[in-house]
Design a binder for this molecule. Structure first.
Ligand SMILES: [Zn+2]
Ligand SMILES: [Zn+2]
Length: 249
């Protein structure tokens, strides 16, 4: 199983556009790009870097917690609303927070675009926040509320869950083996009361491992409800910016 890392590092390269979905003329036709955008950005909000698994425990499904964000807002230029290159995958908090804020703040700072700027040039992961390092990083952080307390909490929950559960899954099996050897010794030397205690501890530890595995299932890099195909590809793949951070458990 490949899970998300405890902490997502800001990508060192911009996301490149690998999808080229057939254009659509329909009103809100950009919604048809959603499967492409999910894969393009690795099921991750391109702005605050929260993954779908951070937002919803049982799959993003029709929760509406992720959206199509328009770099040039529809209110500014409606003709670009169905232009794929103008669309990003974003969580609802980022999308709502920016609303229609302009791309320039009037003081030389711009709203960063994750397909042309590497997030690592403007942000660093620090205390469950994406701390801005540049003026444009700061403007982008404020516009999208990248460090809203709720987002910080979701990052912290993932970090703690993955670190603790991973340690348990990796280390407990050896401890369970040791307990079972101890149990054999206690039974052989007729120390039945102690043997019962050890048996109970081993069982509880096994239960903990099972629970940890279950908790980690939530944080799979490719969600269970990932689209099998998108509007342009029969078998889409993960972007390197997200794929290279996944860890095998
Ligand atoms: Zn596609
Ligand atoms: Zn977001």
């Amino acid at each position: 199983m490949k899970t998300l890392p405890p902490v997502t590092r800001p990508p060192t390269t911009p996301f490149s556009r690998n999808h080229d979905p057939a254009p659509t003329e329909a009103q809100r036709g950009y919604q048809a790009f959603r499967p492409c955008l999910r894969w393009e950005f690795g099921f991750t909000c391109a702005l605050c870097m929260l993954h779908e698994a951070d937002l919803a425990e049982y799959g993003i499904g029709p929760t509406g917690l992720t959206t199509v964000e328009h770099i040039v807002p529809q209110s500014e230029d409606a003709t670009q609303s169905n232009t794929y290159a103008n669309c990003l995958y974003a969580c609802r908090w980022c999308n709502r927070s920016r609303s229609t804020l302009p791309q320039h703040d009037g003081s030389g700072n711009v709203l960063l675009n994750p397909t042309t700027s590497a997030w690592a040039d403007h942000f660093e992961a620090q205390d469950d926040q994406l701390a801005p390092k540049t003026g444009s990083g700061k403007y982008t952080e404020i516009a999208y509320s990248i460090n809203h307390p709720l987002k910080v909490k979701m990052r912290a929950t993932r970090r703690k869950t993955i670190e603790r559960c991973r340690t348990l899954v990796l280390e407990a099996p050896t401890e369970i083996e040791e307990l079972s050897r101890l149990l054999e010794f206690l039974v052989a030397s007729n120390q039945m009361e102690r043997a019962d205690t050890v048996r109970r501890v081993a069982r509880h530890l096994s239960d903990q491992v099972a629970l940890a595995r279950q908790a980690l299932q939530r944080y799979q890099g490719i969600p269970v409800d990932a689209d099998k195909a998108c509007r342009c590809r029969p078998a889409p793949t993960m972007p390197p910016q997200v794929a290279e951070q996944l860890i095998e458990i």
